[in-house]
Design a protein around this ligand. Structure first.
Ligand SMILES: [Zn+2]
Length: 310
C-alpha cells in the first residue's frame, strides 16, 4: 500500500523521517470493521503502516446474520471467524495480529451469569496486557486507538480491551515494566474510537426522515436521551468517505456477524457521504503538544506539520 505516497505531499507519513505506524486495538474480529475501519483504510492507502490487534478469537459470537446458513459444528466458528478476519483485513489493506485470548461472550440474564473460566475479561491486567505490550514494543506504533473506559458498549471484552490498551500505552516505554517483553517503545498518542456519537445518530436520523426514508435511528435517539448517557468528547474527525466502500467490504467479510441488510447498512451510502463523511475519535492522551480539534490522528507528529513538537 505504498503506492500513494508522494514525496511532495506535505502530509507525507513520516515522523522525523520515519514511516508512521498506527495500531488499532479491538476486542473481537469484526470490531475493526465497525469502528474506525475507513480511517485505517485511509491511512494504509496513504502509506502509514496500519496494524489491527484483535484481543480475542470471537469464539463465543453467535451467528448474527439471519441470511447466513447454520454452522453445523460450533467448533468451526473459531476457524470461520479467522477466515472472515483475513478477508476483512485484506479489504481494508491493513495487517492484523491476534493477541490470543478467548472471547468472554456477552453475559445476558438477571442475575447475569458468571463469565466463563479462562476468558479474556477474567485475566489479571498484567497477564491480559502482556501480549499487547510485546506487540507495541515490536511494531512501535506512534498512535494507538482503542475504546473508551466504558468499552463503548458494555461487553466485558470491550472494557478489557480499553484496560489493556491504556496499560500498554502507559507501560510499553518503561524499561522497568514488563522487563522480558522486548525493547521499550513509547507510543505518542492514544485515541478512543467513537462509533456512533449522538451527533452522528441524530444527523443520520434527520437526513433519512427529511427524505421520507425509514430511519432505524429514531428509537436510539430517544432511548439514549432518556438514559442520559453522557456524551464523550469528540476531538478528532477523520475525513474518510472515500474509504467507506472498503469499510463496507470489510463488514460484509464478517458474514456470520454482519447482516448485509441490517443496521450497519441502513443508511443509503450516497446520503452517508453527504451527511457524515468522517469517523470520530477522542484524544485520550498525548505525549506531544496538540491543538484541538484535529483532523488527523498524526497531527503534531508529521515533520512538515506546523504543529509539530520539533
Ligand atoms: Zn466486539
Amino acid at each position: 500500500m505504498r503506492a500513494m505516497r508522494r514525496a511532495t505531499d506535505p502530509r507525507r507519513p513520516y515522523v522525523t523521517g520515519e514511516r508512521l505506524r498506527l495500531l488499532a486495538v479491538h476486542a473481537h474480529p469484526d470490531d475493526e470493521s465497525s469502528k474506525g475501519a475507513a480511517t485505517t483504510a485511509r491511512y494504509a492507502a496513504e502509506g502509514v503502516d496500519v496494524l489491527v490487534a484483535t484481543c480475542t478469537g470471537g469464539e463465543r459470537g453467535d451467528v448474527l446474520n439471519p441470511s447466513y446458513p447454520p454452522v453445523p459444528d460450533p467448533d468451526r466458528m473459531h476457524e470461520i471467524r479467522r477466515e472472515e478476519m483475513a478477508a476483512a483485513a485484506k479489504a481494508l489493506g491493513v495487517q492484523q495480529e491476534w493477541l490470543g485470548f478467548v472471547d468472554s461472550g456477552l453475559p445476558e440474564g438477571d442475575p447475569l451469569p458468571p463469565l466463563p473460566e479462562g476468558c479474556f475479561a477474567l485475566q489479571p491486567l498484567e497477564v491480559a496486557a502482556r501480549p499487547l505490550v510485546e506487540l507495541v514494543r515490536r511494531f512501535r506504533p506512534h498512535v494507538i486507538t482503542t475504546y473508551d473506559p466504558t468499552g463503548g458498549y458494555p461487553h466485558p471484552d470491550h472494557i478489557m480491551c480499553h484496560r489493556v490498551s491504556a496499560e500498554a500505552f502507559a507501560a510499553a516505554g518503561d524499561p522497568e515494566r514488563y522487563r522480558d517483553a522486548g525493547e521499550p517503545w513509547t507510543p505518542l498518542k492514544l485515541y478512543y474510537n467513537h462509533g456512533f456519537s449522538m451527533a452522528r445518530i441524530r444527523a443520520a436520523h434527520e437526513a433519512l426522515v427529511e427524505r421520507g426514508l425509514e430511519s432505524p435511528f429514531g428509537e436510539w435517539v430517544e432511548s439514549r436521551a432518556a438514559r442520559e448517557i453522557p456524551e464523550r468528547e469528540v476531538t478528532t474527525r477523520i475525513e474518510c468517505a472515500e474509504f467507506f466502500a472498503a469499510r463496507d467490504d470489510a463488514l460484509r467479510a464478517h458474514a456470520t456477524q454482519i447482516d448485509p441488510d441490517g443496521f450497519f447498512f441502513a443508511m443509503p451510502r450516497d446520503l452517508e457521504r453527504e451527511v457524515w463523511p468522517f469517523e470520530e475519535y477522542e484524544l485520550a492522551e498525548s505525549r506531544v503538544p496538540v491543538r484541538l480539534p484535529e483532523d488527523d490522528l498524526f497531527a503534531g507528529l508529521r515533520s512538515a506539520d506546523p504543529t509539530s513538537a520539533r
